[in-house]
Design a protein around this ligand. Structure first.
Ligand code: AMP
Ligand code: FE
Ligand code: FE
Ligand code: ZN
Length: 285
């Protein structure tokens, strides 16, 4: 069994449609794949429709959250959520608030770049993110196509990283509220790439303990952005706190260099995750 529980389609900031993504998953030899677009369930229907025979699809999302440490600026935290009820009003409303927030903040990033002389236009970015889940990767692509930078990675390294003068933060969900909402909707909350220091500041163990008290059920241990020490630390914490552990690629099509199935989840951990979700069921034969 090969299981990848974290992927993005063009419904958010990946480059393949849900149907193309599932075809990629099948040809990579995956048995199970989760679709986890940022702050939306808009790809679920197409994924259910286009699912190749034999492939199991776990409907999910990645919720944009933040943790407020004592006396320090907020830390960005991504919360994977699986098998929740997409109709749960509180969670649906929060997803919609986040998408509106992305639009307002994306427009401000583009305005800052245009002001500094970079050839980016907001209407073009909106067109690229047809579903309304605008992210910095859409701006990165526009900068690549305009010849300003050579790759999406290069755009992040030079102009779009969170210390850039053109960066604008967004008002993400307070993570303990996000965890409670996902649980209220019958879903399984899993802390995504929680110790990826290469992405920026990360939370301490006390934050993870608080998340567990709020209802967190798992941590993503094997992720391309985690080094061996970070994985070992998370695996130890998961053992101490009784959390399930996942491994996933965080595939984004050609917006990142990581291939699908670059990291995978153990079958017993998938079983525990499926048993914990009561807001929906996987799409399968
Ligand atoms: P946003 O959601 O607008 O804050 O943008 C964050 C997204 O940008 C993440 O979900 C990744 O998909 C992408 N990203 C972040 N850093 C990089 C990078 N160095 N190269 C490519 N994509 C990145
Ligand atoms: Fe992303
Ligand atoms: Fe993420
Ligand atoms: Zn992701």
């Amino acid at each position: 069994m090969r299981i990848d529980l974290h992927t993005h389609s063009s419904v958010s900031d990946g480059t393949e449609s849900p149907a193309e993504l599932l075809a990629t998953a099948a040809s990579a030899g995956l048995d199970v794949v989760a679709l986890t677009d940022h702050d939306t369930t808009a790809g679920w229907a197409a994924a259910e429709e286009a699912r190749p025979p034999g492939l199991t699809v776990v409907p999910g999302m990645e919720l944009s959250c933040r943790w407020f440490p004592a006396a320090a600026p907020p830390i960005s935290v991504h919360l994977l959520a699986y098998l929740f009820d997409p109709g749960h009003p509180g969670l649906a409303e929060e997803r919609s608030r986040l998408r509106a927030e992305r639009l307002a903040r994306g427009e401000r990033i583009v305005a800052a770049l245009a002001e500094a002389g970079y050839p980016v236009v907001w209407t073009d970015i909106v067109e690229r993110s047809a579903g309304g889940v605008v992210g910095r990767p859409h701006v990165a692509r526009a900068l690549v196509e305009a010849g300003v930078v050579e790759s999406v990675d290069h755009a992040f390294a030079t102009l779009l990283h969170h210390r850039s003068p053109h960066y604008v933060p967004k008002a993400d969900t307070e993570v303990l509220d996000g965890i409670r909402l996902v649980r209220a909707a019958g879903g399984v909350p899993v802390f995504a790439h929680g110790l990826a220091t290469k992405r920026g500041r990360v939370v301490g163990d006390e934050a993870i303990a608080a998340m567990v008290a709020a209802g967190l059920l798992g941590v993503e241990v094997d992720h391309p952005d985690h080094d061996a020490d970070e994985r070992a630390h998370l695996r130890g914490l998961a053992g101490d706190l009784g959390l399930l552990t996942t491994g996933s690629s965080d595939y984004h099509g050609t917006n990142k260099t990581t291939p699908i199935a670059a990291c995978t989840t153990a079958p017993d951990q998938l079983e525990a995750l499926l048993a914990a979700g009561s807001g929906g069921t996987p799409f399968r034969d």
